[in-house]
Design a protein around this ligand. Structure first.
Ligand code: GAP
Length: 464
């Protein structure tokens, strides 16, 4: 366990040192459960999102992208069951008043809480004499609603309570009719959205794994009720393909978990979670749920707007059922980061590197002049850099320190290739005119390659 904690510490420290992720509002001492993405974190996040959008929206004909408002009419969250049932089991330390998740304390004590309800947790905490981490008695567990509330309106006493959305899904269900009316899609079809969601987590933990402000990528896929299983299984396979083929995650670290009825969300009739071997254990990475017609029916009833679908061919009216693949962007980023983290020995020195797949790497290649005080080398390197950047925007210029230092820096941010412009590039050795040294991140191997071939080589790596 010490080794695993050590790995997380190294990852958190690298994320800060190299500008991936910083603590939220750090200069004020931070705010629990919030994190700020720096330039490389944003680049990595956008790559993950773009790969997702490409696979699940652009490459398909049947999925419509939307970007709905975060603030919604509060009636929507009453209808969806979140006001009444989006809860976590809360206990507090009777002395310090610190709050904890009852299920987490039980898990930390080695108990299996799968499928356990609040009454069973209460009994088990009593039976096992479980105390708070500070060694004090705990209050009886109670349900705690995780939605953040805020208010809309400026006149005293007339404010309306609204919620920060706890999942992006809601914004899609309320636009179901808009998509029907404007695009006239045929079943099956889906809606997709990437955006922020907010959860007042009792105990945010494990870096960006459990946060209060998160980003989700979700699809609501509408099907005929009798077809649900076929599309459910199809989306499971697509989720796996996204994780392995697009993000390059190690297959053996990915686990399929059938969620027992007691642990399913209130809207789900069947759920399969995908878990991942994070440095702190095997934990949920993403989900897949069969939401039946729960949401469309609930919103139709509450809004009094017909949310049924009319099949022109069979002349039949029905309320479609929903398959929902859901992904947390931060958890995917942490999985990619922890899977890529590596150390080796190079010339008697420990080298840290991130072996990102070129598809997700925030910087695809870095261009260096061998010496920064030789104008002819700098000018040629600038020329190569500018031409490459036109074709592949995620190219970095680096002329700080000696070549060895630059390699270490690029290794730590996971840049697959480094390109050095030297005197041979300029023709000192006539045979090598207009060639550069290309250095491969994972092996440290170097080869000579023509400038004219660079863009194609990098493009091939990104596409592979
Ligand atoms: N619309 C379905 C839904 O929201 P969920 O299992 O509650 O389902 C979906 O959340 C995904 O969102 C999770 O699999 C996880 O990746 C991510 N997620 C949920 N809560 C999170 C949190 N507090 N911090 C980071 N990611 C979270």
């Amino acid at each position: 366990m010490a080794k695993e904690n050590d790995l997380m510490e190294k990852i958190v420290s690298l994320c800060k040192r190299r500008g991936f992720i910083y603590q939220g509002s750090e200069i004020y001492g931070g705010l629990a459960g919030t994190w700020d993405y720096g330039p490389l974190g944003v680049a990595l996040k956008k790559n993950i999102e773009n790969l997702w959008w490409k696979r699940f929206v652009l490459d398909r004909e049947d999925v419509y992208g939307v970007d709905a408002a975060i603030l919604m009419n509060p009636l929507a969250w009453e209808a969806s069951g979140h006001v009444g049932g989006f809860n976590d089991p809360l206990v507090s330390d009777v002395k310090t008043k610190k709050r904890y998740r009852a299920d987490h304390l039980l898990e930390d004590a080695g108990e299996n809480v799968v499928g356990m309800d609040l009454a069973a947790m209460t009994a088990l905490i009593k039976e096992k004499g479980i105390k708070s981490p500070d060694g004090n008695e705990l209050s009886a567990p109670q349900q705690f609603n995780m939605m953040f509330k805020t208010s809309v309106g400026s006149v005293d006493g007339s404010d309306t309570i609204v919620y920060l959305r706890p999942e992006t899904a809601g914004g899609m269900f309320v636009n179901f009719k808009n998509i029907l009316d404007t695009f006239h899609p045929k079943l099956p079809f889906g809606m997709a959205q990437i955006g922020k969601a907010f959860r007042n987590e009792i105990a945010p933990r494990d870096f960006i794994f459990r946060v209060r402000e998160l980003e989700q990528m979700e699809i609501e896929y509408f099907v005929r009720p009798e077809d649900w299983e076929k599309y459910f299984n199809g989306f499971f396979d697509e989720q796996m393909a996204f994780l392995t083929d697009d993000l390059g995650l190690t297959k053996e670290k990915i686990h399929k978990i059938d969620v027992p009825a007691a642990d399913r969300a209130h809207y789900s009739k069947h759920s399969v979670d995908t878990e991942f071997d994070f440095p702190f254990g095997q934990k949920e990475l993403l989900g897949l749920a069969y939401r039946t017609d729960f949401d469309l029916k609930a919103h139709a009833e509450a809004s009094k707007v017909d949310l049924s679908y009319f099949d022109e061919e069979s002349k039949e009216r029905l309320v479609p059922h929903v398959i929902e693949p859901t992904f947390g962007v931060g958890r995917l980023l942490l999985a990619v980061m922890s899977d890529a983290y590596a150390e080796d020995d190079q010339g008697g020195e420990v080298r840290t590197f991130l072996k990102f797949s070129p598809k997700v790497a925030p910087v695809k290649a870095a261009v260096f002049p061998l010496l920064k005080n030789k104008p002819e080398l700098v000018a040629k390197a600038r020329e190569v850099y500018t031409a490459l950047k036109k074709e592949i925007p995620q190219i970095m210029w680096d002329d700080n320190g000696n070549i060895g230092k630059r390699y270490r820096r690029q290794d730590e941010i996971g840049t697959p290739w480094c390109i050095t412009i030297d005197f041979d590039t300029l023709g000192e050795n006539a045979d090598l005119l207009d060639t550069v040294t290309l250095r491969h991140r994972d092996t440290g191997a170097q080869e000579r390659i023509a400038i004219a071939d660079l863009a194609a080589l990098i493009q091939k790596g990104i596409r592979a």
